[in-house]
Ligand binder design. Structure first.
Ligand code: HEM
Length: 498
């Protein structure tokens, strides 16, 4: 026993007994002065923090990005500065709707959040396993998420709410088609692609800006579960992703993705039938071919899941010189939303936590608040800016070129003149007969029990993509038979049944 460290209190005092409470006589009661008992109970009561409001269930690991191709003519970002350069990174994968204890193998979009610890600070690319999203205006994001979470009265997920919202939001069709296709239920994180999804921008040393999309193509190949297979998996284990990802890395089999970009010259933005800043659209690869950038490898599991994965805080506001935003409305809202969520979920100085801290020195003038443990600037008199005491100063050399925007301030109808059917049709046409059959039956199952009025409104949209699409779902619904919606049972009926 001599070589084991001596147990202490959190204040460092040695602990004589961690088995028996201090009591008045062997039968109790316990004494209030047994502070270590009180401290243990009090700590336990504080072991949870709020779960993420979305993407609560997740799996993560650390690794590297290695650059394999020179794209420095598009961006001055240090991370891309030379072939062979390696940058440490963290990826957290997640489902969107399920809570912290949700089963892993559920049909849902998967989060693909990346934190690159670059030489010029952290760059977070907080993407999904799909290149598009359900909505294109951030004003609709909270409404959309409410339809994915629990009904306020029944406390059940509501298919009716989902289809009610989607059927009145045709911009969701592209993502809905992806979600109910094979890609909506990957076997494990390493068998899916990642996408930055939004249009971001690159800027180079000459002050030129390029629009850019980011892609991470799995080198393990795509593997998906059918609904029936997933039901069986969930029956056996609710943690199939954690088991697969952790186990794979633990065995030294490191999953990899090829990083690619699509680059659009700044002036091209007005040239297309689609708005390149619309998050419900992809850029056809024929217009903008993918360019290889590097290889992402995951090769290290976290030592402490809570400290390094649960407390990881990703935010699109974390960008580095050479990488910028675009006019994408959704992206603009996300730049605010994530850091705000972290201040609530983790606390004021969440970026000082080891997993979130950059691997370069940090010199800012933020001052006090919960968990302020990091040191002052070298000279304690330099606690405001400008100062005459040698405190950190700005560096104009990394000033981003102006982002050209124009227009009158107004609330523009984002559905005006927007073709929400063409790209879902292109996607649908890529599916073979077996893929289409699974798409139809997945959709029919997801609609089962939803009131006819809502289903019919949605089917019109599928018809507008392709008659074969709408009819395929109709046939799959007929094969399934119609069930009643659980959330359509009235109060009167519930009372009568009691
Ligand atoms: C998580 C907001 C759209 C990907 C979150 C969180 C918030 C949020 C508040 C929880 C953050 C936390 O507590 O750590 C929003 C808003 C959106 C939006 C307001 C639109 C206006 C998107 C889109 C994507 C995305 C379009 C993907 C392209 C993610 C991912 C996470 C996340 C991957 C989990 C990050 C992690 O692993 O910690 N989002 N989101 N979100 N969001 Fe979004």
């Amino acid at each position: 026993m001599v070589d084991r460290p001596r147990m202490t209190t959190s204040a460092g005092a040695p602990v004589p007994d961690n088995q028996n409470s201090e009591t008045a006589g062997p039968r109790g009661p316990v004494l209030m002065q047994d502070y270590q008992l009180l401290e243990k109970l009090a700590h336990q009561n504080r072991e949870r923090i709020p779960e993420r409001v979305v993407h609560a269930k997740g799996w993560g690991a650390f690794g590297t990005l290695t650059i394999t191709n020179d794209i420095s003519k598009y961006t001055r970002a240090n991370i891309f500065s030379q072939v062979g350069k390696k940058t440490d990174l963290l990826i957290r994968f997640s489902t969107v709707a399920g809570e912290l204890g949700a089963a892993d193998a559920e049909r849902d979009v998967r989060g693909f959040a990346m934190k690159f610890y670059t030489d010029e600070g952290n760059w977070d690319l907080v993407g999904n396993n799909t290149p598009v999203f359900f909505v294109r205006d951030p004003l609709k994001f909270p409404d959309f998420i409410h339809t994915q979470k629990r009904h306020p009265k029944t406390h059940l997920r509501s298919k009716t709410a989902m289809w009610d919202f989607w059927s009145q939001s045709p911009e969701s069709l592209h993502q809905v088609t992806t979600l109910f296709s094979d890609r909506g239920l990957p076997v494990a994180p390493m068998f899916m692609n990642g996408y930055g999804s939004h249009t971001y921008s690159f800027w180079n040393n000459d002050g030129e800006r390029f629009w850019v999309k980011f892609h991470f193509k799995t080198q393990q190949g795509h593997k998906f579960y059918t609904n029936a297979e997933a039901e069986k998996i969930i029956g056996e284990s609710r943690e199939s992703y954690q088991e697969e990802l952790f186990g794979t890395i633990d065995r030294g089999e490191f999953p990899r993705w090829t990083m690619q970009v699509q680059i659009m010259p700044e002036a091209d933005a007005d040239k297309h039938w689609y708005n390149p800043f619309d998050l419900t659209k992809v850029w056809p690869h024929g217009d903008y071919p993918v360019i290889e950038v590097g290889v992402v490898e995951l090769n290290r599991n976290a030592d402490n899941y809570f400290a390094e994965i649960e407390q990881a805080a990703f935010s699109p506001s974390n960008k580095v010189p050479g990488i910028g935003y675009s006019p994408d409305k959704m992206l603009q809202a996300r730049v605010f939303s994530y850091a705000d969520a972290h201040r609530y979920r983790l606390g004021t100085h969440y970026e000082a936590l080891p997993v979130n801290a950059p691997k370069v020195p940090v010199h800012h003038y933020h001052k006090d608040g919960a968990m302020r443990f990091f040191p002052n600037n070298a000279n304690p008199d330099a606690y405001y800016e400008p100062n005459s005491f040698g405190g950190p100063v700005e560096d104009k050399s990394i000033q981003e070129p102006p982002l050209r925007i124009s227009g009158d301030a107004d609330r523009y109808n984002h559905r005006d003149g927007n073709d929400d059917y063409r790209q879902p049709r292109d996607l649908f046409n890529l599916f073979d007969d077996a893929q289409k059959a699974r798409l139809f039956s997945n959709l029919a199952a997801a609609m089962d029990g939803v009131p006819d009025e809502i289903i019919n409104r949605q089917l019109v949209h599928f018809d507008l993509i392709a008659k074969e699409y709408g009819d395929g779902i109709r046939a799959a619904r007929a094969a399934l038979g119609n069930k009643r919606p659980a959330d359509a049972i009235s109060d009167e009926e519930t009372a009568a049944a009691e």
